[in-house]
Design a protein around this ligand. Structure first.
Ligand code: ACO
Ligand code: OAA
Length: 470
């Protein structure tokens, strides 16, 4: 472990040098381990990526990729192609593919922990950033590197300690991530004045530091709000998900640790247009640091139509259980669904802006539940809602997608293992989402993506544009 620490600090100090040297220095420091480092892998692939985009734009830059209707402008920009996102693409019928791989693919292909069954999210981070499936050694090295970078500054701990327990965990989380700005190598280097070509290297270092520190921050919030405030130290020889589970206080159950590995893998990335990804990208496009960019993304994730829906689902199911008791008949669930809809509320965990079928992230969690907790009463309730809700929502006639999304299932798995505090759930989603949005931020800086600035018009101006008289 000592050699790793030397490796990390040397890697950090190397970032003031030209990009290629920095990457090679990083690799040399890990030479005892042999496997090619993540930074080196990314740096090696970068010239070809830059060339690919340059060529595409030179040869096809003036091709039309779509048209925009007035309804799309007023309809939340649904379907408008205007973003570049390399890590994943979402198909409305099939669901997410990470660099071309489906969820069952990554469950099969990505390295697991010794004796484990679920993929390690470290591997998905590697895949999203480089497009390559990492070797087992590369994933072990990444776990070790994140563990080595995990210490959080004392003032961040004190900041979290000063938050009232009534402040929502997501507000505490984004507050702490914002305050990590203090540690940003990118912001410090930019203030000194650096060449644009070096932006990605500092963004990489900040992203690695940020990800490494999230479990301790997330656990501190959980332990402060719901337990005794004490957080276990990071175990430097363990993987990221084990450490998060351990710091939360649940690692004595190896099935919960496996759940964390699955959870942190599938919640990472959902192409670029969702609120948390788009916000992180947008804020980052102004060259705000990864810390400020992620914090903004987390604040979007904290909305009930986005990530917070997983909290809403468990609270809604708990309320439903109080009303229906053990009566899980079709009629009883149908009536409850209609009572929600007739109250002018949405059915949380159902519907999606892009998906038109059951979310494969829901399916993978359902499969986990069928294996691990088939008789849990709350899982039975979730299954019965899955059977009834699509029909009710179709009859209701509003939602374009009556099927469940990822958030319809996650809380039920967490509560089964004793993590029952629903208001905390979105923090776990946020830890995972960091692993999805930060690779793109590094790619944005490496490709020299510009500040984002779409055009807006007033209603009067649009009316004029379409030839309408108001
Ligand atoms: C990680 C994630 O972010 S996954 C999404 C998590 N969010 C939820 O589960 C919340 C419940 N679902 C929803 O509110 C929506 O389906 C969203 C926000 C996910 C997608 O929104 P949209 O793309 O606008 O959905 P859509 O085009 O189908 O909406 C049309 C109408 O159906 C309604 N609708 C959509 N989903 C639902 C639902 N689950 N229950 C009731 N009504 C719904 C919309 O509110 C809208 O009503 P309106 O015309 O009165 O405004
Ligand atoms: O894609 C979306 O709009 C929402 C979603 O499921 C996610 O961000 O994971």
């Amino acid at each position: 472990m000592a050699s790793l620490r030397i490796g990390t600090s040397a890697l950090r100090s190397s970032i003031a040098k030209p990009v290629q040297t920095a990457a090679l220095n990083g690799a040399r420091c890990y030479s005892s381990v042999k496997a090619k480092s993540l930074k080196e892998t990314f740096a090696d692939g970068l010239p070809a990526e830059i060339e690919k985009v340059k060529k595409l734009r030179k040869e096809y830059g003036n091709k039309v990729v779509g048209e925009v209707t007035l309804d799309q402008v007023y309809g939340g920009a649904r379907g408008i192609k205007s973003l570049v996102w390399e890590g994943s693409v979402l198909d409305s019928e099939e669901g997410i593919r990470f660099r071309g791989h489906t969820i069952p693919d990554v469950q099969k292909l990505l390295p697991k922990a010794p004796g484990g069954t679920e993929p390690l999210p470290e591997g998905l981070f590697w895949l999203l950033l480089t497009g390559e499936i990492p070797s087992e050694q590369q994933v072990r090295d990444l776990s070790a590197e994140w563990a080595a970078r995990s210490d959080i500054p004392k003032f961040i701990e004190e900041l979290i300690d000063r938050c009232p327990s009534t402040l929502h965990p997501m507000a505490q989380f984004s507050l702490a991530v914002t305050a990590l700005e203090h540690e940003s190598a990118f912001a410090k280097a930019y203030a000194k004045g650096i060449n644009k070509k070096e932006y990605w290297s500092y963004t990489f270092e900040d992203s690695m530091d940020l990800i490494a520190k999230l479990p301790t921050i997330a656990a501190k919030i959980y332990r402060n709000v719901y337990k005794d405030g004490k957080v276990a130290a990071i175990q430097k020889d363990k993987d990221y998900s084990f450490n998060l589970a351990n710091q939360l206080g649940f690692a004595d159950n190896k099935d919960f640790v496996e759940l964390m590995r699955l959870y942190l893998t599938i919640h990472t990335d959902h192409e670029g247009g969702n609120v948390s990804a788009h916000t992180t990208h947008l804020v980052g496009s102004a060259l705000s640091s990864p810390m400020l960019s992620l914090s903004a993304g987390l604040q979007g994730l904290a909305g009930p139509l986005h990530g917070l829906a997983n909290q809403e689902v468990l609270n809604w199911l708990t309320e439903m259980k109080k009303v229906v008791g053990n009566d899980l008949s079709d009629k009883s669930i149908t009536d409850y669904l209609w009572s929600t809809l007739n109250a002018g509320r949405v059915v949380p965990g159902y519907g999606h802006a892009v998906l038109r079928k059951t979310d494969p992230r829901y399916v993978s969690q359902r499969e986990f539940a069928l294996r691990m907790l088939p008789d849990d009463p709350m899982f039975k309730l979730v299954s019965q809602v899955y059977k009834i809700a699509p029909g009710v929502l179709t009859e209701h006639g509003k939602t374009k997608n009556p099927f469940p999304n990822v958030d319809a299932h996650s809380g039920v798995l967490l509560q089964y293992y004793g993590l029952t505090e629903a208001n905390y759930y979105t923090v776990l989603f946020g830890v995972s989402r960091a692993l999805g949005v930060l690779p793109q931020l590094i790619i944005d800086r490496a490709l020299g993506m510009p500040i984002e600035r779409p055009k807006s018009f007033s209603t009067e101006a649009y009316a004029k544009l379409v030839g309408a008289k108001l």
